[in-house]
Design a protein around this ligand. Sequence first.
Ligand SMILES: Cc1ncc(COP(=O)(O)O)c(C=O)c1O
Length: 479
Amino acid sequence: MVDHLYDRYLTMQTTENTVISDIKVCGQGTLIPIFNGKHARYINLDNAASTPALIYVQEKVNEFLSWYSSVHRGAGFKSLLSTHTMEAGRNQLMEFVGADSEEDCVIFVKNTTEAINKLANRLELTKDDVVLTTLMEHHSNDLPWRSKARTLHVETLEDGTLDLFDLEQKIDRHKGRLRLVTVTGASNVTGIMPPIYDIAELAHAAGAQILVDCAQLAPHRKIVMGPTTSPRHLDFIALSGHKMYAPFGTGALIGSKRIFSKGVPDYTGGGTIEVVTRDKVYWTSPPHSDEAGSPNVVGVIALNASLYVLSSIGMEAVARHESELTAYALEKLNQLKGIQIFGSTKEVSLNDRLGVIAFSVAGVPHAKVASILSFEGGIGVRNGCFCAHPYVLRLLGISPEDVEIHISYVLNGDRSQLPGLVRVSIGIYNTLADIDVFTAMLEKIISGDYQDDYVVNPTTGEYMPSNFDTRLLEQYFHS
Ligand SMILES: Cc1ncc(COP(=O)(O)O)c(C=O)c1O
């Protein structure tokens, strides 16, 4: 039977050249409850945390569920189809990120965090090895390294950008013991995009490899891992489906097969072996050696469907649309008194930043701003330190002594004074009108034109309207 037979049963079809205005996501325009029994159209400006599913993703998942069966383990037609579709998904993802089809493989995992932990487990690092991460990382690209090798942080500059001089110096100083440079493709706090291909070149020249955390970058900009023969190639990347309009529990680690052909997989069991006897184990080859247990084929279908849509729009068009909205948002925010933007406020360049903007409002705690935006404007944003404590504390310029005071409050269960910022983050389906609604609500907050009836919960640090009753949530969804 030829492989193409399966494609008759589950095909990915989008119109050639989808345009941004055709893009629809699940729950777009949903009416949600706000203050005083009123309702508002929900505006999601929290895409850096998770994006809603594309309608196309939802449709493909629904279609696939009728064909779903066990992957790699069944002889039935539906098992064969599920296995074929999952394997085809690897190739599609390789193509999407410009991986080296000879050298690289795609290992499906739950999310970016799991992908980075897997690489940390599989690189066979020792305490004498040096891993260079940066101060602007999400904790998921910092903590997994700390227990595996001597982990050093590249500094950031006042405007939140990476200190490239410090990077070069640290690479130089640790040449010989430096195994890996690991850097985010884009900050989840400021949207700043470090020059990853230049950094790759520096790392390779020092005999090290590079991992790029693409959790933020992948949904918004084209990634080209490149051939492994190029000094500017990316050895490993990690990404999450739930930030790419495919929230069905799949992420991926993509990189050199060679690394995963060595040693023992970090998780062992079904699917990871060729043969097992009572006292011997012969591991199978990557990627399957590193995907223990039954895989999440539904998540892979969802991710594939999203990649089809993103490819058919073209990542350049995605970048242009989102940059236009980012420039508009920055311009409007810069005009508002009392708003401080953290990170670069400069004109938007496609290559320098994503549509992720962190800011504060003078005199109003970040958690309260976020709550007012939600309960009075129907706008979803995030506040706090965004799982990037070292970076946010640095951006806020909090002294080590004050950090200690905050730590003691938190350890005593009081988060009401936690430092932090408010973050808006833009996705492909957002519009200029969304930004207008957001900035209009922000203007009201600045001028004090809101219901001042919010109470802070010291345990969580969240602000809520004093009459908020969680039973309201159950009226909207329960399983
Ligand atoms: C830059 C960055 N890296 C890693 C992660 C972790 O992603 P996940 O929660 O999908 O594992 C995030 C999530 O916000 C992120 O923004």
